[in-house]
Ligand binder design. Sequence first.
Ligand SMILES: [Zn+2]
Length: 253
Amino acid sequence: MASDRTPPTYPKFTYVEDERRHRKQRLAAAFRLFGHFGFDEGAAGHITARDPELLDHFWVNPLGMNFKMIRVRDLLLVNDRGDIVEGNWPLNAAAFVIHSHIHAARPDVVAAAHSHSVHGKAWSALRRPLDPLTQDACAFYGDHAVFDDYTGVVLDHDEGKRIAHTLGDGKALILSNHGLLTVGRSVDEAAWWFITMERSCQAQLLAEAAGTPVLIDQEQAEKTAAQVGRSGWLSFQPLYDWIVSEQPDLLDE
Ligand SMILES: [Zn+2]
């Protein structure tokens, strides 16, 4: 018997309310997945989603709420001055400083993700871009940068601007001695780039610990980047479907 499930298709919206609900559902699911993968570290880490109507506002996680418990109704809406417009929990100040400058500098970016995942922060201490060691790592080939200016918790707006400037038009940033940051044209994309970048850091750490890895050559890396570097949205769909079936309360409004 054939599958009675339907393959994922990129969503289209007639009403902004539906698009907002969709983004919030994807955002809550992304937090559950980050929690599932162990990307949380106490109260650190944030994923933001630009509001589809109020384009200088974004949705973000409440400071100090466990990623594994976040529901749609828990998300905060924050304006361009860092005021909480919707929600009743405090906001992570570093989340506002980092993400507000990225959302302002990159109109194409719907979502940005950052956390202190173990392999990402271990790799960030080397202050080097990822090499094209694997097919998956090629998603970041020529499309990420290293912000090599660690000066403590990011609370200074000049630093937020420099982070956004270093990101340029790329999909990811290695924040030295800190962790990874990824962006996407959807929450799905930003979350997937984060998940696969963390694993690419793990793979390179493992490979370098075991011996001398052989890099994919430039021509093949560029070709592969054009292939896997565009599949972020689709790659997130199996994870989204699974987390919603396992933890349907994440959709609570
Ligand atoms: Zn951080």
